[in-house]
Design a binder for this molecule. Structure first.
Ligand SMILES: Cc1cc2nc3c(=O)[nH]c(=O)nc-3n(C[C@H](O)[C@H](O)[C@H](O)COP(=O)(O)OP(=O)(O)OC[C@H]3O[C@@H](n4cnc5c(N)ncnc54)[C@H](O)[C@@H]3O)c2cc1C
Length: 484
């Protein structure tokens, strides 16, 4: 989820000791790796739940499990927790810009989580940047006609006929079996059937970049507008009261202390030798490998095969996870001397005025001179750093040609902070949805002492991930651990 319209500019190495790296006594790579030095015995830690991934889902689960009396160990590959929650601080002005996560749904669960970590909150409504352009064609787009009545009617139709029918939208992908045909229809067709087409531009904007809003399967479309998001979009969102979304993770790190291993690589996972638990061999940068023996494993990283190659995947897990593909998202802060505006990218001739892809959703002023937020959406999940920057240069060149930005903007632009948020929106095809993919995915929970959380299991929105944890994952783990 990305809220480009809400301008909030209030006041590293990626810890990848590569798993192929030659640790003393460690030989080989991938699933063939073997501990080859019997005289060396790594530290052994015994805990209740090992959590792979210290992002939104992993950290929320860790706090809930700790509060329930479980011992946990979070294994995070980067040198900070928080996943997509990243910030950039301008060294001259001191202005902090939330580059990833900015706003949160205004729900009781979100309020409770912030209160639990003693992070203050504020609330705010969406703001609309003043200037609209088609960034690919250089066409200025006039302010939209007043759609108030059409939108109100669409909200009513959507609430009465869709939200009431699919009560699990704000939970996991709890897709009924058999799968209703309408859930794999192209979303625009589904919207037309239910008379809420006027909401499509908003859904596309709130969930930027969610894929082609016209053609994506309806399941993913409705996931982008559950009751929590709808209420916040037409009311107010929650933001960190410090102006820095990372305050949540600073507080969580304090709370979890040595239960978080940063800059840590997983060398091996054994989930089958011992039916009562799992064993992980991990290596934290600069330290000797450690063995973690856990009664349960919670995987909180995007479950695409590239990420879980070192897991001892069963045949069934391999088949299921190989279905996933993702979109790409490149975010950051760019600087152009003499440019201080905020622009939204609006497709001049596209259905529902979606920006042309690849494209940035906007250039949003951060509050520091010449500096703006960027957010590039791609239809594929293998975006390079250079491609992300080149897209900004292309968009600036087009805007410069119509005098919207300084003439040399495409050459003078620099990038004080960038980050690749790929894989974004980890999904399957309409055919796979139809074939019951999500029932099979759900059936994996708890099997081989392993639970799975994160956006792929519920949708790309922090509140949905936390709902999923609180409604399904944490209760399952507590039951298994005898903590109820
Ligand atoms: C640019 C952007 C802006 C967003 N804005 C908002 C917003 O304003 N509001 C909102 O509610 N949601 C927002 N979202 C969505 C929200 O960030 C996600 O829904 C949420 O982060 C998903 O949580 P997750 O736990 O699945 O993944 P993540 O939060 O990404 O966590 C995964 C973690 O696992 C780690 N990891 C990955 N592989 C490994 C490995 N092999 N070993 C160990 N660790 C590993 C990663 O480093 C990361 O820390 C935004 C997303 C993006 C990309």
């Amino acid at each position: 989820m990305r809220f480009s319209q809400l301008v909030v500019a209030l006041p590293s190495l990626i810890g990848s000791a590569n798993a192929n790296q030659n640790w003393e006594g460690w030989a080989g790579s991938g699933n063939q790796t073997k501990w080859s030095n019997p005289s060396y015995s790594p530290d052994v830690v015994d805990i209740d739940v090992a959590i792979i991934g210290g992002g939104s889902g992993g950290i929320h689960a860790a706090i809930q499990l700790k509060d329930a009396g479980a011992s946990v160990m979070v294994i995070e590959k980067k040198d900070q927790i928080g996943g997509h929650t990243e910030t950039y601080t301008n060294p001259t002005t001191g202005v902090v810009t939330n580059v990833g996560v900015i706003v949160f749904e205004n729900t009781d669960l979100v309020k409770r989580y912030f209160a639990r970590l003693r992070v203050p909150i504020i609330t705010n409504a969406l703001e609309t940047p003043s200037s609209r352009y088609d960034f690919a064609l250089g066409i200025p787009i006039p302010p939209p006609d007043d759609q108030q009545e059409a939108i109100q009617a669409a909200v009513q139709a959507y609430t009465e006929n869709v939200l009431s029918k699919y009560g699990w939208i704000d939970q996991g992908f709890l897709v009924p079996d058999p799968v209703p045909e309408e859930l794999y229809l192209p979303f625009a067709q589904f919207a037309e059937n239910y008379n809420f087409s006027a909401l499509l531009p908003l859904i596309a904007e709130l969930n930027w970049y969610t894929g082609n809003i016209t053609t994506l399967p309806a399941l993913y479309g409705i996931k982008g507008l559950g009751p929590g998001l709808l209420g916040s979009a037409f009311g107010e969102f929650i933001l960190s009261g410090t102006g820095n979304s990372r305050s949540l993770y600073d507080a969580a790190l304090k709370e979890l202390g040595s239960s978080v291993l940063l800059s840590t690589t997983i060398l091996n996972i054994d989930r089958h030798s011992n039916s009562t638990g799992v064993t992980l061999l991990v290596a934290q940068r600069g330290s000797a490998p450690k063995t973690i023996r856990a009664r349960k494993l919670l995987v909180a990283i995007p479950p695409i095969l590239k990420n879980i190659w070192s897991f001892d995947l069963s045949r069934q897990e391999q088949v299921i996870f190989s279905k996933f593909f993702s979109l790409g998202y490149y975010a950051g802060v760019a600087h152009v001397p003499g440019f201080d505006g905020s622009f939204t990218n609006v497709g001049a001739f596209t259905p529902f005025n979606q920006p042309i892809i690849p494209g940035n959703n906007g250039f949003i002023a951060t509050g520091s001179p010449g500096e703006f937020l960027i957010g590039g959406g791609f239809d594929r999940g293998d975006v390079t750093d250079e491609e992300g920057k080149e897209l900004v240069r292309e968009n600036l060149a087009t805007l410069a040609a119509v005098g919207a930005v300084p003439a040399d903007a495409a050459n003078s632009v620099t990038f004080p902070y960038t980050s690749d948020h790929t894989p974004y929106h980890v999904r399957v095809t309409a055919e796979d949805i139809k074939a019951g993919f999500y029932a099979k995915l759900l059936a994996l929970q708890g099997s081989r002492n392993t639970y799975w959380t994160g956006a792929a299991f519920t949708g790309h929105n922090s509140a949905l991930v936390w709902n999923w944890n609180e409604g399904t994952i944490v209760p399952g783990l507590k039951k298994d651990l005898g903590l109820e």
